[in-house]
Design a protein around this ligand. Sequence first.
Ligand code: CTP
Length: 407
Amino acid sequence: MSRVLKDKKIVIGITGGIAAYKAAELVSSLVKQGALVKTIMTKNAMEFISPLTFETLSGNPVYYDMFSRAGSWEIDHISLAKWADVLAVVPATANIIGKVCHGIADDLLSTTIMATQAQVIFAPAMNTNMYNNPIVQGNIEALKKKGYFFISPAEGRLACGDVGEGKLAGLDDILQAISGYFSRKQDLKGIRVLVTAGPTREYLDPVRFISNPSTGKMGFAIAAACAGRGADVDLVAGPVNLSPPINVNMHSVETARDMYDKVMELYPACDIVFKTAAVGDYRPETYHDQKIKKGSSQLVLTLVKNPDILQELGKRKKEQILVGFAAETQNVAEYAREKMQQKNLDFILANDITESGAGFMNDTNKGVLITHEGEIVEIPLLDKNEFAHRMIDEVLKRSPRLAAKTN
Ligand code: CTP
């Protein structure tokens, strides 16, 4: 019997699909492994399987009604949301995925998902064409970006007779995903992290600005990874096209000076800073209140220097650990080391943006983490989420001060 699940509080949400009966086996297995299990059924799920099955297997009443008072003063969707360590929706229909993705909370399961801070895991099961519908796929992608976890369905013969992807994942895969959450390190609990991400905009007039193509993905991935590992995370981001990761305090800014102000406000309380943002080094000297009209054949812009946020953090540094980023096109390690000295950093992550797969416009990254002592740690080409975890692992290993704080 796995000890990982012992006394863990797990809510299983059952939605209306033919695979609902498989959730019974899951509940039974979780209970056998020592987990404390409560179940929420949607009205449609009850068409497929009786609540009595789950009541018997979990040893707890089945929750399904938003307004049942059942002698309790607590509001079910709030108390279940708070109680859960993990909330797994098995099977998850296209309907529940779509509702959660679009903020619709109209029954006990969807309101509980909306109200919980627990890790939510979806195990989709539906007809292949439905699963592959771009709307459903888009919803899944959007939820993944927000930190919801999906257990991909298996391929096979579906209840409707079609063959393809859409069959509920195997019981072992679902159990593994749930246990995986609990065995994941919470090694940043008690740590306050500040992450900056994305580009800045430096306005010439109300409709024009100077910026750069940073997508913010690396910074968002770092923020999500830190939050997943238990840290309190503030994310200060320039204009990007990404939704905030869950459990992260999001601060949106536009210009380098806005970013400077927000970062300086948050800095004293934080333990570590990941300064991923691609900050504009210069801004137009003059801002025109009215749109600049097309006139002579040349327009000369005078730019003035923006504050170097990271350099200022280096000057004000007390106990904080500073991780800078250097995107270079040549002499990568040399320029990165210079920046580390100049800005009084503890680490710098350097990448050569001319290499394929590295840099700010990709979903992947690759680079070297250079320590203050001159050690060079290579981080291979990885998806930005994995890259973030790997970089955090390497930083944490070499930061006894942080490790001591988390123990
Ligand atoms: N940085 C900052 N404020 C600035 C410029 C840069 O905080 N005004 C930070 C970036 O977030 C990054 C690091 O400094 O963590 C290095 O940024 P980079 O643009 O590579 O270097 P610069 O110092 O701007 O030098 P250069 O543009 O000459 O390479």
